[in-house]
Write a protein that binds this ligand. Structure first.
Ligand code: NAP
Ligand code: GDD
Length: 345
């Protein structure tokens, strides 16, 4: 039975990846952080009591900032595959907490790679690094592929670029099967509440149920290549099954604005938006009732923004046979259906 070790197992991707690997027959080991409340809702359904025999899902306390615990865990588990998904993953918050973001998102990766090297796991353990389309930042080329130069635009992206290159370096220097998945934005009902898609669908549902009046947003005109998280975790596994360690862009190839996402989410509940005004004074009005339902809050602007991202995943299609199944409109439907169900209560 293959053993996988997942950092960030309690996050959106960690939870879907755990389900995927358990279904493939893996033993799944994951690192979680201690917190005063045990809120691991994304993986509660996978939890198995330690006293049950034959279990295949194991959780350990640890932290990406604590190298001794990372060494101990890898030594104990001796995994065949490591998926490094743990991160302070919010771009806006990385401007508030740049040093912490670097410690987790950059230094955390070298702690794992050094553990693989010094514990001599290099022949037996494959390593996946959760790299990101944020590396492309202010990209000059559309769409972005594995050869597009990087131009990071946030402390988050700057930390992730270190992790990208140190993964490449450990592959070249020590022959470790170390790979990067350069994933474009991927969303789901399990997305964190403060990311824009989840925030939009939850607020639209609340406005529809008369539980809220206004959705406050930042920049409406940025574009993202939004895919569906369960499709994307499959690519992580496929990257590690490829005959040699390489880096892959994973994306849908379609880009849409935040404004379009807002319009389509409201349309799902038969609310048509009319935009009025410009810049921070722009508002979105419910055409039928005349009520203001969208306003701009400059707090959500970023000191430096990534205006547009769109990926070219043709290498992944050709070499590992990966293609997205869920496209943009269906993604909105999935997320709206879930928001309408969960916000009704
Ligand atoms: P997420 O939902 O924010 O999950 C992040 C995970 O990292 C959570 O389990 C979190 O634990 C854990 N974590 C944070 N700081 C930690 C620390 N100091 N020590 C140990 N664990 C820590 O992120 P996601 O959307 O699943 O993304 C997974 C990875 O892919 C991240 O590295 C992200 O940067 C990257 N990525 C995401 C996307 C995307 O669109 N989703 C695209 C490209 C790359 P808690 O539950 O305790 O907070
Ligand atoms: N979060 C948020 N909240 N974003 C907003 C808002 C708002 O109220 N209003 C506009 N936006 C814009 C942001 O400025 C950004 O350009 C875009 O919506 C998407 O923001 P997020 O959903 O926060 O995602 P992100 O693209 O910054 O980062 C996500 O994707 C990256 C991959 O490209 C995260 O998952 C990163 O971890 C990931 O690497």
């Amino acid at each position: 039975m293959k053993k996988a070790f997942i950092t960030g197992i309690s996050g959106q991707d960690g939870s879907y990846l755990s389900e995927f690997l358990l279904q493939k027959g893996y033993e799944v080991h994951g690192m979680i952080r201690r917190s005063s409340l045990e809120t691991r809702t994304r993986i509660d359904h996978l939890y198995q009591d330690p006293h049950v025999s034959g279990r295949r899902f194991f959780l350990y306390y640890g932290d990406m900032t604590d190298s001794s615990c990372i060494f101990q865990l890898l030594n104990k588990i001796q995994p065949n595959e490591i998926y490094n998904l743990a991160a302070q993953s919010h771009v806006r918050i990385s401007f508030e907490n740049p040093e912490y973001t670097a410690n987790v998102d950059a230094m955390g990766t070298i702690r794992l790679l050094e553990a693989i090297r010094t514990l001599r796991l290099d022949k037996t353990t494959k390593f996946y690094q959760a790299s990101t389309s944020e590396l492309f930042g202010r990209a000059k080329k559309m769409p972005q592929n594995e050869k597009t130069p990087f131009c990071p635009r946030s402390p988050y992206a700057a930390a992730k670029i270190y992790s990208y290159w140190i993964t490449v370096n450990y592959r070249e220097a020590y022959n470790i099967f170390a790979t990067n998945g350069i994933l474009f934005n991927h969303e789901s009902p399990r997305r964190g509440d403060s990311f824009v898609t989840k925030k939009i669908v939850q607020n639209v549902a609340d406005i529809y149920y008369n539980k809220a009046n206004t959705l406050y947003l930042g920049n409406l005109d940025v574009s993202r290549d939004w895919g569906y998280a369960p499709d994307y975790v499959e690519s992580m596994w496929k990257i590690l099954q490829y005959e040699k360690p390489e880096d892959f862009v994973i994306a849908t190839g379609e880009t849409n604005t935040v404004r379009d996402f807002v319009e389509k989410a409201f349309k799902y509940v038969n609310i048509e938006i009319e935009w009025q005004g410009k810049g921070i004074d722009e508002i979105g009005i419910d055409k039928k009732t005349g009520k203001i339902i969208v306003k701009i809050d400059p707090w959500y602007f970023r000191p430096t923004e990534v205006d547009i991202l769109v990926g070219d995943a043709s290498k992944a299609k050709k070499l590992i046979g990966w293609e997205p199944k869920v496209k943009y409109e269906e993604l909105i439907k999935i997320m709206m259906e879930d928001a309408l169900k969960t916000r009704r209560l």
